[in-house]
Design a protein around this ligand. Structure first.
Ligand SMILES: C[C@@](CO)(OP(=O)(O)O)[C@H](O)COP(=O)(O)OP(=O)(O)OC[C@H]1O[C@@H](n2ccc(N)nc2=O)[C@H](O)[C@@H]1O
Ligand SMILES: Nc1ncnc2c1ncn2[C@@H]1O[C@H](COP(=O)(O)OP(=O)(O)O)[C@@H](O)[C@H]1O
Length: 316
């Protein structure tokens, strides 16, 4: 096979708790991550030479070495020099549907797709856990994007425990096109503002464990109790992003006032999602939000929770 077309789903965070500082400068997290049907398509083919090329028509996405998909391909060439010598480089085309810099792991899921695609193109026979390990070199969210579904994520977000999640739960998702939130800024601001709630003793693992409050969310998911899941939605990064970006708070308030079961910002934002009773409620909320917030820059999507990460759509 010389060409694979992969589906690369976005993620939302049902739960994001910042536990404390880490020696590597990152933050220790307790998260529940969830794949959604909103996805990019990543086409990858062997080009027979020694180059890596990335093409993405979105103006917000770089086509150079800073594209996370490029970095994923480069990592593969470094880790598997023999396969690189045998098969050569890759051409990557990204069809972008996931809003960029939105807290939806768009770049991370593209990178995960490239790792999965190159494993297939190069006949490497890697396991999911091998691919997740490679993904951790590229970013904290990349390992989750490989297998996707519903997972508890700890460490800096790369240590994963999959749980049996929910399917056919509809969400409406919104993002202002003219706002993007820098993830490093969000974590830095949290660190600066919330020193009191922080565990600074890097060795105090017991304190870290007892500080995690994600268990009720995990229980609610296991028992498929949607009302309880909505009660347990939590994102510490809202504390710094909402005061700074009034449009994010406004969108969250609009979803709540329109009767969504629960609503919260995803990741470092600025996207906000709302869990709905049904597809028709999600569609109805989507159509009513524009009446409350008449802003042409506000993109809205109806999508649903899914139980998988990267999937092969076709191969030639
Ligand atoms: C907030 C989250 C929630 O899922 O997602 P996004 O909003 O980016 O989608 C993640 O923690 C983001 O993961 P990801 O975007 O992969 O982050 P990375 O590339 O690893 O790190 C970007 C920067 O975020 C900060 N960072 C990230 C993860 C972490 N556990 N602690 C941190 O402090 C660091 O400043 C780091 O330099
Ligand atoms: N393949 C890619 N898709 C999207 N953004 C990318 C990609 N590669 C690099 N980027 C850059 O990464 C930054 C974060 O984008 P993204 O991964 O979509 O958001 P987030 O980290 O909030 O989930 C953006 O500034 C974007 O320019």
């Amino acid at each position: 096979m010389r060409n694979y077309s992969l589906i690369a789903p976005a993620k939302i965070n049902l739960y994001l708790e910042i536990i404390g500082d880490r020696p590597d400068g990152y933050h220790e997290l307790a998260m529940v991550m969830q794949s959604i049907q909103l996805a990019d398509q990543v086409d990858i083919s062997a080009n027979g030479n020694k180059s890596i090329k990335v093409d993405c028509q979105s103006l917000e996405v770089p086509n150079d070495k800073t594209n996370l998909a490029y970095r994923a391909a480069e990592l593969m060439t470094e880790k598997f020099p023999d396969a690189f010598a045998q098969y050569g480089g890759v051409d990557i085309t990204i069809h972008k549907n996931i809003p960029v810099a939105a807290g939806l792991a768009g770049g991370s899921t593209n990178a995960a797709a490239v790792l999965v695609g190159m494993d297939l193109l190069w006949n490497l026979g890697l396991t999911q856990s091998d691919i997740e390990e490679l993904g951790a070199f590229l970013g904290s969210d990349v390992p989750f994007c490989v297998g996707g579904g519903t997972a508890i994520a700890t460490g800096r977000g790369e240590q994963l425990t999959s749980i049996l999640g929910l399917e056919d739960v509809y969400v409406v998702l919104g993002k202002h096109k003219n706002i993007s939130v820098s993830t490093p800024w969000a974590y830095k601001s949290y660190r600066a503002a919330y020193t009191d709630s922080y565990i600074r003793d890097k060795e105090d693992l017991a304190a870290r464990a007892s500080a995690v409050h994600s268990a009720p969310m995990v229980q609610a998911i296991i028992h498929k109790n949607i009302q309880e899941i909505c009660q347990q939605l939590h994102n510490d990064l809202e504390k710094v992003v909402l005061p700074e970006y009034s449009q994010v708070s406004q969108l969250r308030a609009a979803f709540a006032s329109l009767g969504a079961l629960g609503t919260i910002m995803s990741g470092s934002g600025p996207s906000v999602f709302a869990i709905c009773e049904s597809k028709s409620q999600a569609e109805s909320i989507k159509s009513q939000v524009h009446k409350i917030i008449p802003d042409n820059n506000l993109e809205l999507f109806v999508t649903k929770l899914i139980s998988h990460g990267i999937q092969v759509a076709s191969q030639k």
